[in-house]
Design a protein around this ligand. Sequence first.
Ligand code: KG4
Ligand code: ZN
Length: 350
Amino acid sequence: MSARSPLVLAIESSCDETAAAVLGGHDRLLSSVVHSQVELHAQYGGVVPELASRAHVMALPTVTREALQAAGVGPADIEAVVVTQGPGLVGALLCGIEFAKGFAFAHDIPLLGVNHLEGHVMAAFLETTPGFSPPQWPFVGLVVSGGHTSLYACEAPGRYAEVGRTVDDAVGEAYDKVSKLLGMGYPGGAAIDRRAARGDGTALRMPRPMLHKGGADFSFSGLKTAVAQYVEANPSSTEAEIDNLCAAFQEAAVDVLVSKTLTAARRLRYRQVVVAGGVASNRWLRAEFLRRGTDAGVAITVAPPALCTDNAAMIGAAGYARAAAAVASGVGFDAAALDAVATWPLGREV
Ligand code: KG4
Ligand code: ZN
């Protein structure tokens, strides 16, 4: 393997997914393995940090071995390691970081930390389908996940500025709370996605919080409360009415996301939007972004569904260029200063 396109191992463990991936180029994904802890945490209705850490410790070696095997390479072929440094649960992050340090130390190869949010955005650059054309810089990046809902001005690789964020719940959190409220389990985004597809979102009206105020900031707790009030006022709803409720909730949330993202693009004079994060796998969100983006003359790239929820491929995509530069400059392992960072807004130095 030439020094210009080294084999890079990526590790992700910031929340409740243990993941490893191997890349052979900045957009060349050779393997991606994700071990989800969803079943472990579902019984508690949310992620239990202590359990997440223990599960990461157990899964990291297996997931990494599987990623190496799927890529058809051995541990000694890897030339650099990139790992999620933050933001996330400190204990969970430390599991991946220590594992990555051990791997890099054993092979005396460089180790670099990656911002998880940059990872979500960069997932949109991975070539997973033939004929794929990557998004063009600069672009507005929208990250919609269980922990984050933020808009970024993405000027160039590594140069990001947050232009808006949620002032209360993340949109994924709203999906999960609504799902819990309706007895549809945790996490609930995918379940609401399915039920909403059968419903009629115009059958009832849901609020669109902060649609015309707050600049590029979002709010989703009022929408969740509106669903709670509907459920309380209509205790004997039929299945079809619940489908309609899911559709109305989802259409309200997506309307605000699409409107504010396209407004930010217009203000910044950017012609490209990138949408990523777990909620970006939502079918209504994808369809609405494509429809309204086309109408507004803005190119829309939504990360492939399999790379929207947490994975290591996106961490590899975000860290690849720096890893390749480290390999080219011949640096070996240096563990100094690579520590977990629980709160790390994208665009800020560690
Ligand atoms: O990016 P992610 O895996 O983890 C975080 O970094 O938070 O996002 C998880 C979130 C959860 O809130 C989950 O309910 C939501 O993404 N999600 C969805 C869908 N699939 C996952 N939300 C809406 N529709 C979906 N199809
Ligand atoms: Zn995430």
